[in-house]
Design a protein around this ligand. Sequence first.
Ligand SMILES: [Zn+2]
Ligand SMILES: [Zn+2]
Length: 182
Amino acid sequence: MQKVSVPYEIRDNRLFIQELNWPNNCVCCMDNNVIEKYELHFIVEKEATNTDAAHETKGYPITWNIPYCMDCKKHVERKSNLLYVLLLIVGLLWAALGYYIFQIGLAENTFAIILFVISLVVLLYFAYQINRLLLRVFLKTTFKEQCSNKDYAIEVSSQRPNIFFSFYNDKYAKLFLAGNTH
Ligand SMILES: [Zn+2]
Ligand SMILES: [Zn+2]
């Protein structure tokens, strides 16, 4: 991982930073067939130095368009919407089971109630395993050997007077540094 720092300034409550030059390769795998952009949002935190700071904005938001290839954008944006769907199915199954127990007249039966509670744990366990399995299959199709990180290939932080870009891909970091130093 390589860190590149870019200086910024705050003047009249505004953030000033040089226009950044993003080399046109995928920031994750260096593929030069880049047709996607990924919006990277960052907030440069305001220092609480003056007394009326509470009335002002919390920080200075800034957005960069990071070049990503299609595959890498997919593996970065894999969100577990899937998990929510699975949890919904679990909820419905569990409710159906509860209704069934009520229907066959076992709602007062302690043993049936204990089984009912245990069944939720079992259902959740299955949902978790299915989610893991599907994610692994999904990652296999989008994650490549050249990829630098399964998650975002870049991390941003700041400390006055610099913003730091940490790249998982060292080759990209070098290009970025060369393209942004004058
Ligand atoms: Zn890529
Ligand atoms: Zn990648």
